[in-house]
Design a protein around this ligand. Structure first.
Ligand code: DAH
Length: 358
């Protein structure tokens, strides 16, 4: 047997003996890798005389070919064996009961937002959005709160650090800037609600630094307080799913509305619990009013031509009143037990016909 034949049977035996894929890879590197024995052999061709090369060249190339073939054949065998053993060990018990479905649930705040969208869609409102990191102009100035206005201080605003020479942005303190964004980007008639996150530096049993509001805005010709009251009554009757909801509008002050009204909802006491409906007592629910002519003008509309009403309401409070939670902070703890108790099935989508609070 020539040296090359001995070498070939030697390599084929080694490849055949490789027990698993890593061992086979070691053999491949030893034979055909950069420093491998056969690669080195191929390199000797360069130093041979043309005659020698003509004789040895085809033989060395044939050896290389055989070894490469043996490597891939062995690889196929070892891969098949690996799959077989995986299939044998990773068994699936087909008699196990099927999974009980999705484990998560819809947070009450998300649920209430869906309910609001459903109710207001029926009244011809669409849902508008704005950024949570907001320019002071949208959050304050355009809403008739110029720089020196005391209401700016009342909002316990979170200011972001601004680059040199730029005005600081804020985490929006209310959803009212979406009024401005809508009026500056759409033509009247406008009917929108804008639910979303809002931020103030405040924290106790009834305040969290992040909370949720929904803004409502209607802009058209000939809009008056009667439209506002009817809209709020219709909304709250649908939301609380009761016909005996009574509202009380109390004169109030907001820089962006004139006149302004705070809206209370009546309740009755049953077995020591406050139940919405009737008018034995009142609880404050939301702020509202006729959009201030200055706000309309700041948005580029003519206040002599267009009027409108707006309202702003805490969504977390709406959820608490409707679904009976009493601690706001638990809303944002991410405690799965709380969510399992108060959450909603992901496919129970609110509809007016099926019930918004299904
Ligand atoms: N933005 C007010 C707040 O956060 C709530 C509010 C009051 C909104 C009256 C309105 C409104 O649109 O008309 O306290």
């Amino acid at each position: 047997m020539s040296d090359l034949e001995i070498m070939q049977s030697d390599w084929l035996a080694r490849i055949d003996a490789a027990a698993d894929l890593p061992a086979l890879e070691t053999e491949r590197v030893a034979a055909l890798g950069k420093q491998g024995a056969i690669t080195q052999l191929l390199k000797t061709l360069g130093g041979m005389t043309p005659d020698e090369r003509q004789a040895q060249g085809p033989r060395i190339h044939a050896l290389r070919e055989k070894v490469a073939e043996a490597l891939s054949a062995r690889r196929a065998v070892l891969e098949a064996a690996q799959l077989e053993s995986k299939l044998a060990t990773e068994t699936l018990d087909m008699t196990l009961p099927v999974s009980t479905g999705p484990q998560g649930s819809v947070h009450p705040v998300s649920q209430v937002m869906d309910e609001l969208a459903e109710i207001f869609a029926d009244l011809g409102f669409s849902v508008a959005n704005g950024p949570e990191i907001e320019d002071q102009w949208y959050n304050f100035t355009a809403l008739n709160m110029p720089e020196s206005h005391p209401a700016r201080a009342m909002h316990d605003t979170f200011y972001l650090t601004a680059p040199e020479g730029e005005e600081a942005k804020v985490l929006r303190t209310h959803t009212s800037p979406v009024q401005v964004r809508t009026m500056t980007s759409q033509k009247p008639p406008i009917r929108i609600i804008a639910p979303g996150r809002t931020y103030r530096s405040d924290s106790d049993a009834t305040h969290t630094p992040m909370f949720h509001q929904v803004e409502g805005l209607v802009i058209d010709r000939g809009i008056h307080m009667g439209h506002l009251k009817w809209t709020l009554e219709t909304f709250l009757k649908a939301f609380f799913e009761r016909d005996d909801i009574v509202l009380r509008l109390r004169p109030s002050y907001f820089p962006f509305t004139e006149p302004s009204a705070e809206v209370d909802v009546g309740y009755t006491v049953q077995n020591g619990r406050r139940v919405l409906g009737g008018s034995e007592g009142w609880m404050e629910l939301l702020g509202s009013g006729m959009v201030h002519p200055r706000v309309i003008a700041a948005c580029g509309l003519d206040p002599d031509e267009y009027q409108g009403f707006a309202f702003g309401c805490g969504i977390d409070r709406l959820a608490m009143l409707k679904y009976g939670m009493d601690d706001l902070r638990a809303f944002f703890d991410g405690d799965l037990r709380w969510l399992r108790h108060y959450g909603f099935a992901s496919l129970a989508i609110p509809t007016l016909s099926g019930g918004v609070g299904a």
